[in-house]
Design a protein around this ligand. Structure first.
Ligand code: COA
Length: 289
């Protein structure tokens, strides 16, 4: 594989060490997976961070590991993005600790494979509540501080909703909403110096999302033009760029980071068998139908 297609081993090969010195990041969903790596990378360039999630014990462990890896400060602020009061409390803890917020990542998300027929109203609502309303609530709770710092937002979306993808109605609806919300935020807040952008990750290896969405026995690498699974570092590098001054004229955009996968992606499950006879594919899926 040519050196340009391989993942860079460290963002420091490309970006300046102290790029974000003195800045403060607020990240929902930062305990693990893609967002953990983004926070770690941003911290390695000098940012102090607050990570937000439901699992207080896991958050504390992650915050400790992030501090140890980067030498920066990380505040674990436990909150469920489904509860506006908990989010407001997490924002207050962040501002009490660091005095301000410059960057926000709306990364908390939930997903599972299920056809519309197998989705209860509560199941659909749960994903909308975490992904879409959670993003809205995070924006509402942080906006006064982001206006003050003329900071910027990054939303972690997906490519699932670019076409109709069976078993992904709940997430497709939520992520389409996230993309639109970011565009309106960019336009409404741009005149105040605030930016808002989206990253749409493709299949990223070693993440909970991939383990939930990859049907057993399939190899997601097969459908990627650039010939490999994504690495969490690929998303982190795009995030560093979008938060950096090099992106100061970039707002209201979606950056797809997927090795070209969405252009040729096929249904995750055999089609049309999976929609005509869901019971026949249930063994391929983690969770219930
Ligand atoms: N298929 C169909 N329905 C499902 C489901 C599945 N695989 N998993 C959960 N649901 C339904 C539940 O049955 C429930 O509906 P009901 O009350 O009508 O029975 C509803 O979704 C809420 O589930 P619950 O487990 O009570 O919610 P939760 O808050 O504990 O979990 C989820 C939230 C469902 C999004 C869960 O998948 C989760 O916690 N995910 C977080 C991590 C994650 O998904 N990461 C990947 C991001 S890409």
């Amino acid at each position: 594989m040519s050196s340009f297609r391989a993942p860079v081993s460290s963002s420091k090969e490309v970006f300046r060490d102290d790029l974000f010195k003195g800045k403060v990041l607020f990240c929902t969903g930062g305990r693990s997976g893609i967002c953990y790596r983004v926070v770690e990378t941003m911290m390695s360039h000098g940012v102090d961070a607050a990570i937000i999630g439901r699992d207080a014990k896991g958050l504390a462990e992650s915050a400790q590991a992030l501090e140890k890896a980067t030498g920066q400060t990380c505040l674990p602020a436990s909150a469920d993005v489904r509860d506006p009061k908990q989010l407001e409390k997490a924002v207050k803890e962040t501002v009490d600790k660091f005095g301000k917020i410059d960057f926000v990542i709306c990364g908390a998300a939930g997903n599972f494979l299920a056809p519309i027929q197998g989705l209860s109203s509560n199941a659909f609502k749960t994903v909308i509540d975490i992904d879409l309303l959670g993003t809205y609530r995070t924006i509402k709770a942080t906006l006064p501080y982001i206006r003050e710092s003329e900071g910027s937002y990054l939303h972690i979306s997906a490519t699932l909703h670019y076409r109709g993808l069976p078993y992904q109605a709940h997430v497709s609806a939520a992520k389409a909403g996230v993309d639109s919300l970011s565009n309106v935020l960019a336009v409404e807040e741009g005149p105040r110096g605030v930016r808002s952008n989206v990253i749409a990750p493709g299949p990223i290896g070693n993440t909970e999302g991939m383990s939930r969405l990859t049907p057993k026995g399939t190899n997601p690498e097969n459908g990627v033009p650039l010939g490999r699974m994504g690495d969490t570092g690929d998303i982190a590098n795009a995030a560093v760029f979008l938060f950096s001054p090099a992106a100061s004229w970039i707002t209201g955009t979606v950056t797809v980071v997927d090795g070209g996968e969405h252009h040729i992606r096929e249904s995750l499950l055999p089609y049309p068998q999976s929609v005509l006879a869901p019971e026949k594919v249930k063994d391929l899926i983690k969770g219930k139908l």
